[in-house]
Design a protein around this ligand. Structure first.
Ligand SMILES: Nc1ncnc2c1ncn2[C@@H]1O[C@H](COP(=O)(O)OP(=O)(O)OP(=O)(O)O)[C@@H](O)[C@H]1O
Length: 661
């Protein structure tokens, strides 16, 4: 049954050398074997795989997905462990370090429903599922005047005037949050998530004093949430004034507009992984709104839910189609998983709401919409969910919206049609290699992208130059100008990854006389922070510009950052935590941000490992970061392959939320 030609130690070393696993995975496996006195190669291999899956953002190792005789799908495998699924489960449960939850034993590894977890992640997942279900099953306690269905129906009618759409999902989402302690409002860019949440906060604030906190996973996303809520409050005030609903508008001021990061909400303790708020020291709030929830990983969601006081409500906002969190888990996608309907005939998938009979009736009474088509015998968490389907942002800029939709549906003929249509806001730049035979091949596609970047970045760089001699420097305006354009790369390494493109853009800008990159820090250098520094108030992903300090007489260079509250932070370059140049950044790091113009760079010949990263979510996330223009440097084949790749994150959360009692 088990006859490895090489020892498991040798195999682990070879896999690490071949970069199929990290040294952390190998050492974890070896340490676990030593700690538990296990000499079995199966135990060592399985520990290495659990760790390797976790580093690849899965929360567990699904046993049915692995082939122990060739765990990394190599051309020829030296690993000769042959076990069918049932025998494997039995063999694993014979190890002292592995048990099922039924045993109640606190073993380091837990096997549940065919998934093998590190104990900590098993607890994260089960506790997150329990908390979400508890909140979803609990009724919202509204102010006394909002307990009357007729009164709420009238208020909703005033806030959401009739539309020509068959269903006003914004209105239904608001009604959902009026009835349940958990409301999950999802939708693509511009579908009205912020507009909806502003209206529902406004209603929930009516007649009662609630402590409401608005948060997002990153400083950038928090700043954007603040701005959107402010604009949305203003629009609501205008709408109410125009409709002569003067008696309604006094509550608008109660709707909060300051947003913080999740870290700030939970209370960072310097040099510690613990937060100040947790189960035994809960947050002091009645309602928590988390925007960009797709970026929240499983451990962070666990921390937030543990710190949520018993009586509080939770609203999650986000786009379930975006890239999942950088760390393990895909919590928002798992919450929405039960709404995905796959057609048996075409294989195509679409989203469909799933309400219990009772919830459908209640929502119908509140909104005058007939929702019987969306009832389901076992809706579970579905009563708390609402998906906004109609984009209000992309009507004018149709090309970006159409491309995002076609990519999201993996509809290749439509993708090709959109590119060929000639939308003025879309630009395809083909990788086009000249002199392929010689080592000095030049890519006219890349040259075209670099020319575009010199044009775009030239605007803020020229503003810096002119500011020195003329009017003085307005750092906020220059950072704003820099943020109008961004190059996003699918990869980090290589000529067409972040590293290569940053070098190429730096050279192109220097050749154009726009920057002088001879020194490490030069005026106009954009930087992205790569680790958290709580003392300075700088966090992983924060982006700033090196600019001459207008307050210093000799124009001393300082790193300038706009903080979540809109204020300017200046830091001496020498004090910066680890950082790198940021003319180009990864699509992952761009989540939660928007730019007027985005250029996506795809590699020419992605390796097998790189192909795994080029997914539909990645391309969709890049496109939806663009407000007015989107260009893409790539080849049709790589773009189309990415659009059809749907990476799955192994997790048992969807099953716990949708199938388990
Ligand atoms: N029901 C509606 N009718 C007309 N315009 C709307 C409606 N809802 C939202 N909008 C407009 O669409 C734009 C985007 O709305 P909003 O910011 O609420 O969307 P969002 O989903 O939060 O976007 P993002 O993905 O950028 O966070 C705004 O200009 C808003 O005024």
């Amino acid at each position: 049954m088990i006859a490895a030609t090489k020892s498991i130690n040798e195999l682990l070393r070879e896999w690490q050398q071949a970069r199929l696993m990290t040294s952390l995975d190998r050492h974890f496996a070896l340490e676990m074997s030593k700690l538990h006195g296990e000499s079995s190669p199966l135990f060592t291999l399985i520990c290495a795989l659990v760790s390797q899956y976790l580093s690849s953002q899965h929360t567990c190792l699904p046993l049915r997905q692995i082939d122990l005789s060739n765990p990394f799908k190599e051309q020829s495998s030296q690993c000769q462990i042959e076990l069918d699924l049932l025998s494997l489960e039995q063999a694993l449960l014979n190890f002292d370090a592995i048990s099922t939850p039924k045993n109640g034993a606190l073993t380091p590894l837990i096997l549940d429903k065919g998934n093998l977890y590190l104990q900590r992640y098993y607890h994260y997942e089960t506790e997150v599922a329990d908390s979400l279900k508890r909140l979803s099953f609990a009724e919202q306690h509204a102010a006394p005047q909002l307990t009357d269905i007729k009164a709420v129906n009238e208020l909703l009618g005033k806030l959401f005037p009739p539309t020509e759409l068959q269903y006003d999902w914004q209105k239904i989402a608001t009604a959902t949050a009026m009835t349940k302690k958990l409301a999950v409002i999802t939708g693509g860019p511009g579908t009205g998530k912020t507009t909806t949440v502003t209206k529902l906060l406004y209603l929930l604030c009516a007649g009662q004093d609630l402590t409401i906190r608005l948060v997002a996973p990153t400083g950038k996303a928090a700043a954007r949430l603040s701005e959107s809520i402010k604009a949305s409050k203003q629009r609501l005030a205008n709408e109410l004034a125009q409709a002569n609903i003067a008696d309604l508008d006094k509550n608008i001021a109660k709707v909060p507009e300051d947003a913080a990061t999740l870290h700030r909400l939970l209370g960072v303790i310097p040099n510690s992984h613990q937060f100040r708020h947790h189960k035994d020291n809960p947050l002091r709030l009645d309602l928590l709104v988390i925007d960009e929830a797709s970026m929240v990983d499983l451990p962070m969601m666990h921390k937030v839910l543990s710190a949520l006081p018993e009586h509080a409500s939770l609203i999650l906002l986000g786009d379930q189609d975006q890239l999942a969190s950088v760390e393990a888990g895909a919590v928002l996608a798992d919450i929405c998983a039960g709404l995905k309907q796959v057609s048996k005939t075409t294989g195509k998938s679409r989203w469909q709401m799933r309400y219990s009979q009772a919830q459908a009736e209640k929502l119908s009474q509140l909104t005058d919409s007939t929702l019987t088509a969306f009832t389901h015998p076992s809706p579970k968490i579905g009563d708390s969910l609402c998906m906004l389907m109609h984009s209000h942002r992309f009507q004018g800029d149709a090309g970006i919206g159409q491309l995002a939709l076609a990519v999201n549906q993996s509809n290749l003929p439509r993708v090709a049609e959109v590119w060929q249509h000639g939308y003025q806001e879309l630009r395809w730049i083909e990788h086009s290699l000249l002199n392929q035979q010689s080592n000095t091949s030049s890519n006219t596609g890349l040259e075209s992208l670099l020319a575009e970047s010199v044009d775009k970045y030239g605007l803020y760089l020229t503003a810096i130059k002119q500011a020195n001699t003329q009017t003085g420097l307005d750092a906020e305006a220059i950072i704003d100008s820099f943020n109008q354009y961004r190059i996003l790369c699918a990869m980090r390494a290589g000529e067409y990854g972040v590293e290569g493109i940053n070098q190429s853009v730096t050279s192109a800008l220097a050749a154009g006389g726009l920057i002088k990159p001879e020194q490490e820090f030069y005026a106009g250098r954009p930087i992205i922070i790569q680790s958290n520094d709580y003392n300075l108030g700088l966090f992983n992903g924060d982006i700033g510009l090196i600019l001459p300090d207008p307050q210093s007489q000799n124009g001393r260079l300082m790193a300038h950052f706009i903080q979540a509250d809109g204020s300017l932070l200046k830091v001496l370059p020498a004090r910066l935590p680890s950082h790198e140049t940021c003319y180009a950044m990864t699509v992952h790091k761009s989540q939660g941000s928007e730019f007027s113009h985005v250029s996506l760079v795809l590699p020419i010949r992605p390796s097998v490992a790189q192909q795994q990263l080029l997914s539909k979510e990645l391309v969709y996330t890049a496109i939806t970061r663009a407000k007015h223009h989107f260009s893409c440097l790539g080849s049709q084949r790589v773009f189309e392959q990415a659009c059809t790749r749907l990476p799955q994150r192994a997790s048992g959360l969807a099953q716990r939320l949708w199938r388990d009692a």
